[in-house]
Write a protein that binds this ligand. Structure first.
Ligand SMILES: [Zn+2]
Length: 212
């Protein structure tokens, strides 16, 4: 498995290879960034957006967190990391699309479905419990409609429902509502199935997913 010393070896390969070959591109990027797409993905080490979408540096503005979640618009005191990134991408970079990409075998969604972190202390699972509590309503529904929660069917239903929750929460942000209305911003749901490497796209009208 890779440790940081191996990553420094990787950095040297990058510095002598890709970075040298794309000097012009890096010179441009030094002036500024103008990505057209923001991607919200899970922190899971297996779902790297720039690899899955085969993008280059400067092309996608990425936020990753547990289960690829977007909290609703809130003005309560707190450190609103996702909201700050959204604000920057939408208002300053003026991205034209936001993609929420959930994934198969998601640990955060598994915990939401099984309530496995419930009651944990902060630092011992409590932060995760609090974070994924935004999936409570969705997980309740999956629990009510699936007899066996240990099936992949139930797991995937939870993972796809989480994408829909994040898309719905994106629509609680006034700046997103306004830009969607004006047609200058499009929201897209996606799901990457780790087991077979297939990307699924969400139909905005029905909330159903089908292979891209
Ligand atoms: Zn995940």
């Amino acid at each position: 498995m890779t440790h940081f010393t191996d990553m420094i070896d990787g950095y040297r390969r990058f510095r002598n290879g890709g970075w040298q070959q794309q000097r012009e591109r890096w010179d441009e990027l030094a002036v500024g960034q103008s990505p057209k797409v923001m991607v919200i993905a899970c922190s899971d080490s297996r779902v790297e957006p720039s690899q899955i979408f085969d993008t280059n540096p400067g092309e996608i503005f990425v936020v990753r967190n547990v289960a690829a979640l977007v909290p609703p618009f809130e003005t309560t005191p707190g450190r609103h990391g996702v909201s700050a990134a959204l604000e920057f991408a939408v208002q300053f970079l003026k991205v034209e699309e936001i993609v929420v990409m959930g994934h198969g075998l998601c640990g955060g969604c598994h915990a939401a479905l099984h309530k496995s972190m419930e009651g944990a202390e902060p630092g011992r699972g409590g932060f995760i419990a609090d974070w994924i509590a935004m999936l409570d309503e969705a997980s309740e529904e999956v629990r009510n409609t699936h007899a066996d929660l240990d099936t992949r069917d139930a797991g995937r239903a939870m993972e796809m429902a989480a994408v829909r929750v994040s898309i719905d929460n994106l629509r609680t942000f006034p700046c997103i509502q306004e830009k969607e209305r004006r047609g200058t911003l499009t929201l897209r749901g996606a799901f990457f199935a780790i087991s077979d490497g297939v990307l699924h796209l969400m139909d905005d009208a029905t909330g159903d997913f089908s292979p891209a």
